[in-house]
Write a protein that binds this ligand. Structure first.
Ligand code: SAH
Length: 216
C-alpha cells in the first residue's frame, strides 16, 4: 500500500472540488486529506479513487461518494473523543475518516464477506475502530449510549433501536427513503422521548437491508 506524491496531488484536487461544492468544515477536509481513499478500492481502479463518485467494492456494495462522506461527517458535528456508532462499514473509508476526526468508532456491517475483507484492511492500516458483523437495525447495545450514530445505507424507516442507543443531546444522521434517492435527516435527542428532526436534501445510497435478507 503506497501513498505517493501523485496520490496526494489527486487527493488535493478532490478536496478542492469538495470545497467548491460547499463543504466548509476544515476538520473534515483535513481528515479526508489524510486518508488515502485508493487503499479502499481495487488498485485496478486507481484513477477512479479520486473522482467525486461512488464506486463498486464487491458484494454488490459501493464506497460512498467523497462528497457524501464529507457531508455526513460535517453534519455530525464531531468533537474528538466522541463515541460514534456507524451502520454500514462497507469499504471502511468513512470509518477511517471518523477515526481521523478523533472519534471512538464502533462500526457494524451485515455482509460477512465485506466485513472480513474490511476488517483485514483496517487491521493492516492500523485503523483503531471496533468492527462488528451484524444487523445495524439492532445497533450495538453493548457499547451504548453513543454521542453520534451515522447510517451509511438508505433506511426505509428510522430504526427505533438507533434512537434509543443515543445519549441525550446526541445526534443521528440517516438517509431515509426507499427507491433511488433518500432524504438526509438529522435527529437530535432532547430527552428519552423528545427528538427534533432536520432535513438536508436528497442523496443516493445502497439500501439498508433487513435481517431476513442478511447474507451469510
Ligand atoms: N461507509 C461505507 C459505505 C458502504 S455502502 C464506505 O465508506 O464505504 C453501505 C453499507 O451498508 C454496505 O456495505 C452494506 O452491506 C451495509 N448494510 C446494509 N444494510 C445493513 C444493515 N442492516 N446493517 C449493517 N450494515 C448494512
Amino acid at each position: 500500500m503506497e501513498d505517493n506524491y501523485r496520490h496526494k496531488g489527486l487527493r488535493r484536487n478532490l478536496l478542492a472540488q469538495l470545497r467548491l461544492k460547499g463543504i466548509k468544515n476544515e476538520d473534515v477536509l483535513a481528515a479526508m486529506e489524510s486518508v488515502p481513499r485508493h487503499f479502499f478500492m481495487s488498485s485496478a481502479f486507481l484513477k477512479f479513487a479520486y473522482e467525486d463518485q461512488a464506486f463498486p467494492i464487491g458484494s454488490d456494495q459501493t464506497i460512498s461518494q467523497p462528497y457524501t462522506v464529507a457531508f455526513q461527517s460535517s453534519i455530525l458535528d464531531i468533537v474528538p473523543g466522541m463515541k460514534i456508532l456507524e451502520i454500514g462499514t462497507g469499504s471502511g473509508y468513512q470509518t477511517s475518516v471518523l477515526v481521523k476526526l478523533g472519534a471512538k468508532v464502533f462500526s457494524v456491517e451485515r455482509q460477512r464477506a465485506l466485513f472480513l475483507k474490511t476488517d483485514n484492511l483496517l487491521t493492516k492500516m492500523g485503523v483503531k475502530a471496533q468492527r462488528f458483523y451484524g444487523d445495524g437495525y439492532k445497533g450495538k447495545s453493548a457499547f451504548a449510549p453513543y454521542d453520534r450514530v451515522l447510517v451509511t445505507c438508505g433506511a426505509p424507516n428510522i430504526p427505533a433501536e438507533l434512537l434509543k442507543q443515543l445519549k441525550v443531546g446526541g445526534k443521528l444522521v440517516i438517509p431515509v427513503g426507499e427507491g433511488d434517492t433518500q432524504q438526509m435527516l438529522r435527529f437530535t435527542k432532547h430527552s428519552e422521548t423528545d427528538f427534533s428532526r432536520e432535513e438536508f436534501g436528497a442523496f443516493s445510497f445502497v439500501p439498508m437491508l433487513q435481517d431476513r435478507e442478511m447474507k451469510k
